[in-house]
Design a protein around this ligand. Structure first.
Ligand SMILES: Nc1nc2c(ncn2[C@@H]2O[C@H](COP(=O)(O)OP(=O)(O)OP(=O)(O)O)[C@@H](O)[C@H]2O)c(=O)[nH]1
Ligand SMILES: [Ca+2]
Length: 477
């Protein structure tokens, strides 16, 4: 086949070992550019196109008002600090929440902020790491439009106010420079009743009862690490210091909400019980050794003066006595725990969360009759040797394993002996998720729902608040 290309004469220097010089003929392509140049042009075009595409993608992500919005809540709890990153949409002027994994992520770091009481500056390390986690989930261009809030709970409430403030100021420094939308007052220690309300909101949002008949809503009992919350709609008279108001649509909810600090949470309560055992000679075996009925026999404490003597019914009686402390000072028509007002009975359905859930799951209790089952399971567990329990439950963290004798007895003495919940009450169930979409019953999600700016004006409509709460009706939701 005739080459269509002009011959290109190239003289190759004679090979010294060869008799004559050799001429190779390379054909130079005619007027058409060589294949290589075409390829070069195509490649440079593709690269240019790619760079343009990349540039516009970056510009669009940075500045184009994406239909997604983001919000971040940091839950600074006693046993750890966890960050919750939310993505949501606005549809016909209303936020559409979705807590599925593509729109919600969280990360927990231990210990909690209250562990830095002696060295507040160290609190910045965990908050910084958590903020970086959140930034990895949000386009850079959206950061300054995305709220970030830090809400500390019982662990911090137990610190002196000046220490709380020192630690909060450290977290504010991190959040101010995070690139998120932040105001100093968004890093606070929230009240226990706020924590309870937030948990109540996410539970009823998940179940779909938010906006319905108040007496059809679901109450929350939450056993945290350093506090316990009881939150529900009561048709009884509730003194204003225990009453919070939520209005949703044209429905107003008057909610009893109280957080039992210190002895309320499981970890703090177990600590308090050991202290009270040490103070009461009655439990000593005469040689100054105190016996602890809430820890399985054979468990070795740091302190030598305590001896584990696991016994469910004695532990139940000891924790019931602790919950009754101060009841003689009750200044209300009814106090179930200490001198704190509680309605005469828990009204309506309830979800029992956090340690109620962890303990029931550990004992693999059925939903039905879980309280009666708790007594059987706790009686057996408390009576076992610690060494046997470690063999029986090799995968369970010892810090949790060591708490189940106490928590099983405490749950009964709190819910049944103190708050009057019948052992066969079908209205109260343990859970850590709710609703068809199995939304996590984490108060931080309730805080996000209530704090999401749902004023239409934020999205181009007329200004109208939709969520909000306080101890008086502030907003029409
Ligand atoms: N058994 C068990 N307990 C757990 C587990 N995860 C958390 N807990 C305990 O559950 C309790 C409540 O959990 P969190 O709400 O995370 O505790 P927290 O927020 O650090 O404590 P608060 O500040 O009182 O709310 C704490 O006593 C934790 O130690 C678990 O997987 N198993
Ligand atoms: Ca908590």
């Amino acid at each position: 086949m005739k080459s269509e290309m002009e011959p290109l004469m190239v003289q190759i220097l004679p090979d010294l070992h060869r008799s004559s010089s050799t001429t190779y003929i390379f054909t130079k392509p005619k007027s058409k550019p060589a294949k290589a140049i075409i390829l070069l042009k195509a490649a440079s075009f593709a690269i240019t196109l790619g760079l343009f595409f990349l540039f516009f993608t970056i510009v669009l992500c940075e500045y184009w008002p994406s239909s997604f919005r983001y919000s971040v809540v940091i839950d600074a709890g006693s046993s750890g600090t966890r960050i919750h990153v939310f993505r949501y949409k606005i549809e016909s002027g209303k936020p559409v929440f979705d807590f599925g994994e593509e729109n919600y992520a969280s990360k927990k770091l231990s210990p909690g902020l209250s562990a830095y009481a002696d060295n507040p500056d160290q609190a910045s390390v965990s908050v910084t790491e958590l903020v970086e986690f959140a930034k990895g989930r949000i386009p850079n261009g959206r950061l300054k439009k995305s709220d970030i809030r830090l809400m500390a709970t019982a662990g911090m409430r137990l610190l002196e106010v000046d220490v709380q403030e020192q630690i909060l100021e450290v977290t504010r420094r991190v959040l101010r420079s995070s690139g998120f939308k932040f105001q100093d007052e968004w890093a606070t220690v929230i009240s226990g009743s706020d924590e309870g309300i937030y948990a109540w909101v996410v539970a009823n949002y998940a179940i779909g009862s938010l906006g319905g008949d108040p007496l059809q809503t679901t109450g929350i009992v939450e056993l945290g690490g350093a506090s316990a919350q009881v939150t529900f709609v009561s048709s009884e008279h509730v003194p204003p210091e225990f009453s919070r108001t939520i209005s949703y649509g044209n429905v107003s909810y008057t909610i009893y909400s109280h957080s039992f600090l210190n002895y309320g949470g499981q970890d703090a309560a177990q600590e308090k019980l050991l202290e009270s055992l040490q103070n009461s000679v009655a439990n000593s075996t005469g040689d100054g050794i105190v016996t602890d009925p809430c820890t399985p026999k054979g468990y070795i404490y740091d302190k030598k003066s305590i001896q584990a003597a696991g016994n469910f019914s004695k532990c139940r009686a000891a924790t019931f006595a602790m919950l009754k402390e101060g009841k003689e000072n009750c200044a209300y028509e009814h106090c179930s725990i200490g001198s704190t007002f509680t309605p005469t009975s828990l009204q309506g359905s309830f979800l029992a969360t956090e340690n109620f859930y962890h303990t029931s799951k550990f004992f693999e209790l059925e939903e039905q009759d879980w309280l009666s089952e708790m007594i059987l399971a706790g009686t057996s567990f408390c009576g076992e040797e610690w060494s046997n329990l470690k063999v029986k439950y090799p995968k369970t963290k010892e810090k949790y394993l060591n708490g189940y004798c106490f928590s099983s007895a405490y749950i009964i003495s709190m819910l049944h002996d103190s708050l009057g919940v019948p052992l066969d009450d079908e209205r109260i169930k343990y859970a850590n998720k709710a609703g068809e979409k199995e939304i996590p019953l984490d108060w931080a999600l309730g805080a996000f729902i209530l704090n999401t700016p749902t004023t239409i004006s934020d999205y181009g409509g007329k200004s109208r608040k939709m969520f909000g709460f306080g101890n008086e009706t502030k907003y029409k939701i």
